[in-house]
Design a protein around this ligand. Structure first.
Ligand code: BJW
Length: 265
């Protein structure tokens, strides 16, 4: 009898003592948040249309873009922050929180690494999430580095000024291209990738480093590697199992197959 990939993966997950997961923008797509690559402009408000027509989102995620036009970049990030606040976690986020509970309930270790800045994993119940690219929910002073959580309404002016240092600005506490990832997050990710039995890569195009490299580190350490995505990525040919489809459908089915229907309750 042929074992379907989901059953094979479920068996591996159920047997694993240490599980590490990395997520990308795809897991939040069904919460209504846009991914970085392959985006369309149809659902954008009129004052943001030109931004997206003129720029690839990835080209706005640089310190150079912020230095050149802090008003435009901070407005774009604040618009995205409003979108994150309005979004709700979807069944994919909830399934990973359930997976963490199931693994930890049997004495195992679970680490969730995310490239996402939206905090939807935490709102779905995941604990100890490692934010590799920071979070849009906090902003920091461009001079002192002090952080704050802005109110749940848009800033009144762009760029927002820092309450910490006269004359300084606030910027989102995210990691832009060319910037270092938070050292503690990097260390946690390296440790998880180096010690897990199962490593899952979910909803990421697997092109941005160093995040994309953790799957290969895990594979070198003989972890069983799994990809969940709508499309093939540069990682696809290297993983041990591919679960094609939307993370909001695949992940709940996987958690039920591994730990029983009650695991998603
Ligand atoms: C679904 C789905 C559904 C849709 N279900 N799936 C080694 C080689 C080459 C270059 C480098 C390297 N090491 C470092 C670099 C440079 C650079 C880099 O990686 N460049 C490459 C792009 C070429 N990396 C960096 O600069 C990093 N810093 C660093 O390395 O510091 C040291 C250093 C300093 C100076 C010089 C050199 C080194 C920092 C990277 C920071 C990335 N920041 C961003 C923005 C964060 C803030 C923000 O949110 O705006 O992070 S860019 C953007 O891409 C964002 C994301 O986290 C990241 C990854 O994107 P992700 O999550 O994969 O999303 P998408 O849109 O790409 O893919 C979505 C996927 O979901 C698709 O596959 C869909 O099919 C799928 N999907 N719906 C399942 N329902």
């Amino acid at each position: 009898m042929t074992v379907r990939p989901i059953e094979l993966v479920a068996r591996r997950l159920a047997a694993a003592k240490r599980v590490a997961v990395i997520t990308g923008a795809g897991i939040s797509a069904e919460s209504g948040l846009r991914t970085f690559r392959g985006a369309t402009t149809a659902d954008l408000p009129p004052d943001m249309q030109s931004l997206w027509k003129e720029f690839d989102p990835a080209t706005l995620a640089t310190p150079e873009a912020f230095a050149r036009d802090p008003a435009m970049v901070s407005k774009w990030y604040d618009w995205r922050r409003m979108g994150c606040l309005a979004a709700e976690p979807n069944p994919g986020h909830r399934a990973l929180a359930a997976l963490q509970r199931a693994v930890e309930a049997k004495g195992g270790e679970f680490v969730l690494l995310t490239q996402n800045v939206d905090r939807l994993h935490q709102r779905a119940g995941s604990i100890g999430v490692v934010e590799l690219h920071g979070t849009i929910m906090e902003w920091r002073c461009t001079t002192s580095g002090e952080r704050m959580t802005p109110p749940e309404s848009a800033f009144r002016t762009y760029p927002p000024t820092s309450p910490f240092t006269p004359g300084a600005l606030l910027r989102p506490d995210v990691v832009w291209f060319g910037e270092m990832l938070p050292p503690a997050a990097l260390a946690a990710a390296a440790s998880a990738a180096g010690s897990c039995d199962v490593f899952m890569s979910i909803g990421t195009s697997a092109v941005v480093y160093p995040a994309a490299g953790f799957l290969f580190d895990a594979k070198r350490n003989e972890a069983f590697t799994i990809e969940v995505n709508l499309e093939a990525t540069p990682a696809s040919e290297f993983v041990d199992a591919t679960l094609g489809g939307s993370s909001s459908a695949v992940l709940p089915a996987l958690v039920r197959a591994a730990f029983g229907p009650g695991a998603m309750a």
